[in-house]
Write a protein that binds this ligand. Structure first.
Ligand SMILES: Nc1ncnc2c1ncn2[C@@H]1O[C@H](COP(=O)(O)OP(=O)(O)O)[C@@H](O)[C@H]1O
Ligand SMILES: [Mg+2]
Length: 227
């Protein structure tokens, strides 16, 4: 199988005043193309830090992160921004939808920024909403949607520019567990319909069962990988 992500001896040390805190201490892991991987571990174990570095939102102190054959730890800030915008879709715990835009307008927003013409991007946004069973919600504002629906809109939004990788940080942390399954189903569809790879940090003990593999972090290190 083709590898999408290679993480080698990854260290991240945060400095607060005079105190250094190693959030990541030599993380090693690999993720294949088209895999749906859960990242679990106690609070403070470095899950978000790992996701941020893989997504080019933060830089490593030491080590390498190769994504799609590019060593992103070596990119300058312009190239890193390009990588983030072109290749990565981010999903956060709080859906971060724009409140005065409808669901379909939220989904097509970043495609508008990328200068895709109006008709094409609208058609694509509607198609994505359809895949996530939101056809009847296209003109609704975020406040008119449930938490699970808002998160599915956020997933559709993340997919509009065809990212190779979705990074989700506790995407079900703000919705009830029943609705959480709908979000998992949406990630599974991203993998199956669009060939996306998904890395999902979760607290929920049930959700990793629906993933292809689980990476467990503790004290900034991978302690176990379960298929
Ligand atoms: N920007 C930062 N500055 C200083 N310390 C940080 C920063 N971000 C994270 N940390 C510390 O690094 C550790 C790992 O954090 P994080 O990756 O957010 O863990 P998790 O997502 O697993 O809860 C924590 O102890 C946290 O306090
Ligand atoms: Mg976190």
């Amino acid at each position: 199988m083709e590898q999408l992500i290679v993480v080698e001896d990854l260290w991240k040390t945060y400095r607060v005043g005079d105190i250094e805190f190693p959030a990541l201490r030599g993380v090693e892991t690999r993720v294949n193309k088209g895999e749906f991987v859960a990242i679990v571990g106690p609070s403070g174990s470095g899950k978000s830090t790992l996701l941020h570095i893989v997504g080019g939102l933060d830089s490593p102190t030491r080590g390498r992160v190769i994504v799609n054959d590019v060593d992103i730890s070596k990119l300058n800030s312009d190239k890193l921004a390009e990588y983030r915008n072109r290749d990565i879709g981010f999903i956060f715990q709080f859906f971060n939808l724009i409140p005065y835009l409808s669901a379909v307008e939220n989904v097509e927003l970043s495609s508008a920024i990328a200068n895709v013409n109006r008709k094409t991007r609208r058609a694509k946004a509607i198609k994505l909403l359809e895949v996530f069973n939101l056809t009847d919600k296209t003109s609704k504002k975020p406040t008119e949607l449930s938490g699970g629906e808002q998160q599915r809109v956020a997933i559709a939004r993340a997919l509009i520019n065809d990212p190779i990788l979705i990074l989700a940080d506790e995407p079900t942390g703000n919705i009830d567990s029943e609705t959480g399954y709908g979000v998992i189903e949406a990630f599974r569809k991203s993998v199956e319909n669009f060939g996306t790879t998904v890395l999902m940090v979760t607290h929920d003990i049930e959700l990793p069962k629906f993933c292809d593999r689980t990476i467990m972090l503790k004290d900034g290190k991978v302690i176990e990988e379960v298929a």
